[in-house]
Write a protein that binds this ligand. Structure first.
Ligand code: SAM
Length: 275
């Protein structure tokens, strides 16, 4: 008997993956958590039926959340990750020697617990001495920490369930207030094929708060449509003004000094969403 996991990315379209084994299937306080072993993508974390990360393609998303923004800010020392309980963004942040402290705030401790157990290559940085892990609502944390962070990264689930507040203008204002006077933030902002309105509304809201707003993209095969966007809001530094020759070649498999600015070149139908 074959067992397949299907993610309905829209009510009428989805992807399906053949399962070798189910490690966890549990309703946590906040969401349905599944940890499964798939033939094609290895171990896969699924929350509320949506692929969060997989052993095979995780590097794309985690590198692209962490490195464009950390090579735009000239000297980030204190960084906040909202969400990101699988630890992948934290692992990438730790590749930056300027970072003295990385704070991770995820609302669901079970994601952290099971990621450490079943996704050790992704969660490996969570026990680093530079990392502080807090189980809390990122929306609350942001509003309790003013003028504190050089960089904020929002690695949340989709704007449903516990993450619904993390795509609002009020949250972006809260991020602005939690950043230092030259701070930058980046958030995953979904895909232009199935959620174009979200990309446009986030862009509009972030532009009302930040003077510099840039959108970039990456190919994440297990995310809806595979074309994934990220939105950066900055108080002072522009990612397009970075001198690529100042970006070192570090241990990555997707991001590179050559890709830094290229990632901000959008297909025309995506440009039209953020004009
Ligand atoms: N890369 C994935 C994506 O783009 O959808 C996100 C992965 S990460 C595991 C998403 C995390 O966001 C989950 O662990 C979830 O618990 C967390 N999360 C959702 N709402 C949150 C909130 N309000 N505060 C903090 N963390 C939240």
């Amino acid at each position: 008997m074959e067992l397949w996991y299907t993610e309905k990315q829209t009510p009428t379209y989805g992807i399906t993956a053949k399962i070798k084994e189910t490690y966890v299937s549990e309703q946590t306080e906040f969401q349905k958590l599944d940890m499964i072993e798939t033939e094609e993508f290895g171990t896969m974390l699924v929350l509320d039926g949506m692929v969060m990360t997989t052993d095979k393609d995780e590097f794309v998303y985690h590198e692209m959340v962490a490195h464009p923004v950390l090579y735009t800010h000239p000297n980030a020392k204190k960084v906040l990750v909202v969400g990101g309980g699988d630890g992948g963004v934290i692992r990438e942040i730790l590749k930056h020697p300027s970072v003295e402290k990385a704070v991770l705030v995820d609302i669901d401790g079970k994601v952290i617990e099971y990621s450490k157990k079943y996704l050790p290559n992704i969660a490996c940085g969570l026990d680093d001495p530079r990392v502080e892990v807090i189980v809390n609502d990122g929306f609350m944390h942001i509003h309790d920490h003013k003028n504190e962070y050089d960089v904020v990264m929002v690695d949340s689930t989709e704007p449903v369930g516990p993450a619904v507040n993390l795509f609002t203008r009020g949250f972006y204002q809260g991020i602005y207030d939690s950043l230092k006077e030259d701070g930058i933030f980046v958030a995953q902002t979904d895909n232009p094929w199935f959620t174009p309105d979200l990309i446009s509304s986030v862009n509009r809201d972030v532009k009302e708060v930040f003077p510099i707003v840039r959108v970039f993209w990456a190919n994440v095969p297990t995310y809806p449509s595979g074309l994934w966007t990220f939105t950066m809001g900055s108080k002072k530094y522009d990612p397009l003004e970075v001198d690529e020759s100042s970006i070192p070649e570090i241990d990555t498999k997707y991001y590179s000094p050559r890709l830094h600015k290229a990632a901000f070149v959008l297909p025309k139908f995506v440009e039209d969403l953020v004009k």
